[in-house]
Design a protein around this ligand. Sequence first.
Ligand SMILES: Cc1cc2nc3c(=O)[nH]c(=O)nc-3n(C[C@H](O)[C@H](O)[C@H](O)COP(=O)(O)O)c2cc1C
Length: 186
Amino acid sequence: MIREVIITSQSPSGSVHLAPMGIHVVGHEMLLMPFRPSTTLENVLASRRAVMNYTDDVRIFAGCLTGRRDWPLVAAEGAGGMRLAGALAHAELELVRHEDDELRPRLYCRVALEVTHAPFRGFNRAQFSVLEAAILVSRLHMLPPEKIEAELAYLRIGFDKTAGPIEQEAWSWLMEKFDAHRRKSE
Ligand SMILES: Cc1cc2nc3c(=O)[nH]c(=O)nc-3n(C[C@H](O)[C@H](O)[C@H](O)COP(=O)(O)O)c2cc1C
């Protein structure tokens, strides 16, 4: 099972990096699989720590993919690191082992601490649409235009029926990216 979360990690100089990542749940361990090159990968290898932020604010996913990485952070409750101030919950991870790979190293982590901050208020289809559209943005350079347009048309159905202002803002940032990409390929 893969959980779509925001990973916060810290460089040796203390700068905090945010990145949306799909984390594989493997028994009691969390498996991070960043594609090279990755700031998250470098930070986790150096600090042996990461914070997994559970959030339903899809602007953070869309924001990270569109140059908006400046989201409110607070110190995590455990042994260091920063977490999203608005996280519904977070898990503090410790790297236990890693398998190197040219393309996609595997970072196996244990959950050192897990804290809940706010209630989960149910699924929303527009949030799913934003996450999928954000993934499309991260793969724009690899996908044929017809596939992008077909997927967006499908994602827009659930989005139009169920989005609130947060989802609409996130969607608008992603649509700017798609528009710019279309103009570039004309
Ligand atoms: C929902 C979602 C899941 C993602 N999962 C991954 C992932 O598992 N591994 C990865 O390398 N990038 C993933 N990405 C793309 C990264 O967030 C993005 O490329 C980011 O810049 C990673 O590189 P960084 O560590 O240098 O920030 C995902 C993006 C989204 C929107």
